[in-house]
Design a protein around this ligand. Structure first.
Ligand code: SF4
Ligand code: SF4
Ligand code: FES
Length: 331
């Protein structure tokens, strides 16, 4: 199979360093991975091509890069699965991280964020005399998050990190959840209070990119949502994010529909004049397009039955929010 790989290259030592595309055409087999092809290019065609890899088995996480615009592990991606009708594919370095050379990025910002969530157990109480024993179900639940190989694919494609580098990001927050949900950790509320701040759990826009690109099924966005639920359940409600969530629920329960006029008022507070004035330009832009929410709503005929269902669902969610983490004991 003859293919063309378009590689986005960058040489920091060039007189005027600028990224550029370079095409490589080569023969590969049906079972070749993108990493196999890149290694062949480096070994047989162009030894100046820089890339990072180690295990070649989707374990070490070092070969993450953008293939056809989306992050994935080059050693886990078969060429035959990603070439287009002209047997062509594109390869770029990961996004949201500084490029060092060609396909190699600087992971330092990512590691700083992982460290910022304090990814180590912080038990409270007297030092145990023996090992901590945690319930099986709690550890099985955590196994999904512990599958993370820190490849950074989710960081690369996070749509919030593209516009706000202060965001902790999906990998660090998934790591944070690994300790929030660990029954042996005694600092859950303190951790959640910290992750509640600017750049934390409420900054995710739920775009789903991190869930889609993660090669290990860690589902970072779902972990972030779980931490939001826990934060609210532990009484950490004094953030715009938490107030927005609770106001949304309250308004939908009240009338069976979302009152978009009152939602910002309840989220920011009726007396938060600077914030509300800041929303005026959006409202003014929405008006001529007939997108501005109306203050008048027709009542929904079946609203009572909807409310019953809604309250049952909310009760189930409340129970989940307040569910105490299974306690570990000392063996
Ligand atoms: S779901 Fe949230 S964390 Fe995941 S990529 Fe989107 S914005 Fe980033
Ligand atoms: S959560 Fe998934 S995509 Fe993100 S670093 Fe971990 S393994 Fe990679
Ligand atoms: S080389 Fe280790 S994950 Fe690809």
């Amino acid at each position: 199979m003859r293919i063309t790989i378009k590689v986005r290259r960058f040489n920091p030592e060039a007189p005027k360093p600028q990224p550029y595309w370079q095409d490589y055409t080569l023969e590969v087999t049906k079972t070749s991975t993108v990493l196999d092809a890149l290694i062949r290019i480096r070994e047989e065609v162009d030894e100046s091509l820089a890339l990072r890899c180690s295990c070649r088995s989707a374990i070490c996480g070092s070969c993450a890069m953008r293939i056809n615009g989306h992050a994935s592990l080059a050693c886990k991606t078969k060429v035959s699965a990603v070439v287009d009708a002209h047997n062509t594919l594109t390869v770029e370095p990961m996004g949201n991280l500084p490029v060092i050379k060609d396909l190699v990025v600087d992971m330092t910002p990512h590691w700083h964020k992982v460290r910022a969530v304090e990814p180590w157990l912080q038990p409270v109480g007297p030092e145990p005399q023996g090992e901590y024993l945690a319930p099986n179900e709690a550890m099985l639940h955590l196994a999904g998050v512990m599958n993370c190989i820190m490849c950074g694919a989710c960081v690369s494609d996070c749509t919030v990190l593209e516009v706000d580098s202060n965001f902790l990001g999906p990998a660090a927050l998934a790591k944070a959840y690994r300790f929030v949900a660990d029954p042996r950790d005694g600092m859950t509320k303190e951790r959640l209070a910290k992750y509640n701040a600017y750049g934390g759990i409420w900054d995710c826009t739920r775009c789903y990119e991190c869930v889609q690109v993660c090669p290990k099924g860690v589902a970072p966005m779902d972990r972030i949502m779980a931490m939001r639920e826990r934060a609210i359940g532990m009484g950490l409600k004094d953030t715009y994010g938490a107030r927005h969530t609770l106001a949304f629920e309250e308004l939908v329960e009240h009338s069976g529909r979302l009152d978009e006029l009152r939602l910002p008022l309840k989220t920011f507070g009726y007396t938060n004049i600077p914030k509300l004035v800041g929303l005026l330009p959006i409202a003014l832009r929405a008006l001529p397009k007939q997108k501005a929410p109306s203050p008048f709503h027709k009542p929904i005929p079946e609203v009572k039955s909807f409310q019953t269902t809604f309250r049952k669902a909310r009760q189930a969610a409340e129970t989940e929010r307040q569910a105490p983490t299974s306690q570990a004991h000392h063996g």
